[in-house]
Design a protein around this ligand. Sequence first.
Ligand code: GDP
Ligand code: MG
Length: 719
Amino acid sequence: MSTVNLALAGNPNSGKTTFFNLLTGARQHVGNYPGITVERKEGHLSWNNGQVRVLDLPGCYSLTSYSPEEVVARNALLKERPQAVVQVVDANTLERSLFLTVQFLELGIPVVLALNMMDEARRKGLRIDSAKLSALLGLPVVETVAREGQGKEALVAQAVAHAREKLGRTEPLALSYGKDLDPILTDMAAIVERNAFLIGRYPARWIALKYLEGDAEVMREGEKSDSQAAKALEAKVAEARKLCRDFLKSYPEAVIADFRYGYINSILQQGVVSQDARRQRIEISERLDQVLTHRLLGPGIMLAVLYAVFYATFSIGEIPMGWLEALFGYLGETAENLIPEGLFRSLVVSGVIDGVGGVLGFVPLIVVMFFALTLLEDSGYMARVAYMLDRVLRVFGLHGCSVMPFLVSGGLPGGCAVPGIMATRTLRNPKEKLATLLTAPFMTCGAKVPVFILLAAAFFPGLEARVMFLSTLGAWAMALLASRLLRSTLLKGESTPFVMELPPYRMPTLRGLVIHTWERTWQYIKKAGTVILAISILIWAAMTFPGLPQEQAAGFEALRLAAQQEGSAQAELDDRLTGIDNQEAQAALRHSVAGRIGVFLEPISRWAGFDWRTNISLVGGFAAKEVIVSALGTAYSLGDVDPEESETLSQRLAGDRAWSFATALSLIVFVLLYAPCFVTVVAMARESSWGWALFSVGFSTALAFFMAVAVYQVSSALA
Ligand code: GDP
Ligand code: MG
């Protein structure tokens, strides 16, 4: 069998050399930049017992002599007469690549297309119907991934078959170049044929085209071979130039290029190329981002979206939270009825049910919050939020991704630090994550709100909203400053550049949302059953043991008996009994470990204006900040105080000699900043380590105390 001659052609960087090496086993230099192949290279391979010779042409975009590569490629084609050209095409730039194909076809050279880089095209979501392309162009098309050797066999088979069938010649493609140029082209082709001008080397119409394109190389050859005919052609070219200038405001070479691209597009638009959803998504994303990350509109939309997430979390979460509260209330009541009075009942009701119930009570909130967060993340919007806020947070040693933990923790009053801590997971840099984790609990979480309302009502009547607003501002300022402090000292280190690639927006799937939300929620629930249960029991014990000494308890019992024997009206009796119960509770509290801690701390806490009773409520507040109000109630002999109906307690505080305007201010500052509640601490330990969680307790309490003392001393001096 005779040798088959093939030439490899293609645009620079289409993978031509990779193919050449793949086919011939050569080791030519492959590089991801144009212009590598300049000199002529030839290789051989065996195919079905026959020999195939492969000529590597320089990479080029056209066959007009605009660059040395193009001239070399064209001359090689004429001199070597390959039986077919294998054009390596980068499938991602099909339109531009076919510009070269069309010129091979106009030259009457059989072409086989290797549709290369299909891996990239597929990744980008580009769909190419190669069978249709093959049918419309009338030549074989083989999809390949040269770098991985995919499609090699099929390509060689098709190329060899095509070469054997065509033997280097096809009917030249006769494109129409429009009603202005077509007649001139026909005339020129006639002149070429009549004079046998350069014939035998090129098709007549092709020579005419080269003249119109002003191809210097062809014109020089023409001048040499038949100056008479060349003159006639040049006259026609001048005519065409004038026509193009007058009617089209253009040049012949531009008109020719336009018509070639027109032809290519007419082919591609017949369903050869389509973008799948992903490509469309990228385009839609870009358009969305013009609005959503707009310099002015972007931040406004962001605030609205974040507020909506926040609002949804707490307004939707509130409903099932109420059900859970009711459920645990019912459980507590049932236990109270089933278990005889005593320590065990107290342990089950106050330690286990209240403790775990308080923790599980957050579950609805966490579900809704994680659902909303997952929605923002999966849709791709979260990345934009972080991107927009990064520049501000960077100043404080934080990262764009720190914003969600802050917001969720109560950046807008009413959040919760537990899900906030969990939201720090999106931070990759451990130091930035720690700085966020340690300062997020400063935010005004929902449990701090009733404390502030209580104190505002007592000492700043009518100014509750302003107190809330200022404490929120204060929380942000302290969080940012503390983080700056930590990042310049303990957590010193490079900040991570914001290199997050903004992913395309996509519609999150319900399945994905449900799975992600559930995974995060389940981790939280598991915790409630283990560590949190244990700590909850510990705190219960601290407020219960040691119980009142026998004789003191007996004293209260005697008081109760005396009251009952007086035989006054039922309502009055109930009041007196409640009063005695409260007194006993207060005495028991003072006697307990927590109470002793409160008394023990009093000499120090006096600096900030807190007496032992406030101390107990603050110690209790470590269990959950909600406890502060109820513990203050107990300590001030008012029994269980519902935060919403704290009027009496606030009046009581306002009237108490130990309390002043300065005390209230100091307490607000302290509650805002001191140790996060233990559920948060557990969450912190999970996200970082127990070391850092405990550091947080110490660090925030120290900072809170320092600030509270400063506030108390200054404001009592001013008062
Ligand atoms: P040439 O300029 O046409 O000779 O192209 P090269 O053979 O030098 O290849 C250009 C770059 O494209 C190199 O980095 C190749 O590794 C890479 N390349 C070649 N074929 C493929 C392919 O099918 N898929 C991908 N993803 N890359 C390819
Ligand atoms: Mg190359």
